[in-house]
Design a protein around this ligand. Sequence first.
Ligand code: HEC
Length: 149
Amino acid sequence: MTLKRLSVVLLACLTLSACGGVDPNSPLGQRKAIFKEMLKTSEDLGGMLRGRVTFDGQRFTDGAIKLDSLAHEPWKHFPVVKEADHTSAKDDVWQKQAHFQELARSLESATGELVLATNAKPFKASTLSPAVQKVEDACEACHKEFRDH
Ligand code: HEC
């Protein structure tokens, strides 16, 4: 991409139309960006275990640490009162905040356990796979209850 083309894209984003209408600095924009990064990181970990990407112990460990730190980030970008119209978050996020936070904690503890699992050397799929599965289950459990589609 040329620099000129890049700035055209950036400008288009600034007008908010080409970026799905979401202001990247809004709470919605910020949590979406974190969730996307979480997905990318967890898919990379899953891919290494399922043979889609070559397994690399250092890359796996770094990814686990990154995922654990990302797992703590989205929640502060859900304001106490629902603020966005174009959100895929169900109203229950705001109506059942305690339960939502509980599932957030459960993801954080799953990613924490995943980091611990990477300390066991040599790396074994039999240790790492269940730990990744637990993280994926924690994502899924919350999406089922709190995310539309
Ligand atoms: C405690 C609840 C919860 C957990 C745990 C959770 N999510 Fe989500 N996720 C949500 C909600 C709510 C939304 C919708 C956000 C919005 O649109 O306001 C969402 C949205 C997303 C999106 C869509 C972002 C976009 O561009 O619209 C992705 C991707 C995603 N989550 C990935 C993940 C991954 C991967 C994990 C686990 C590593 C995870 N989530 C764990 C609640 C959760």
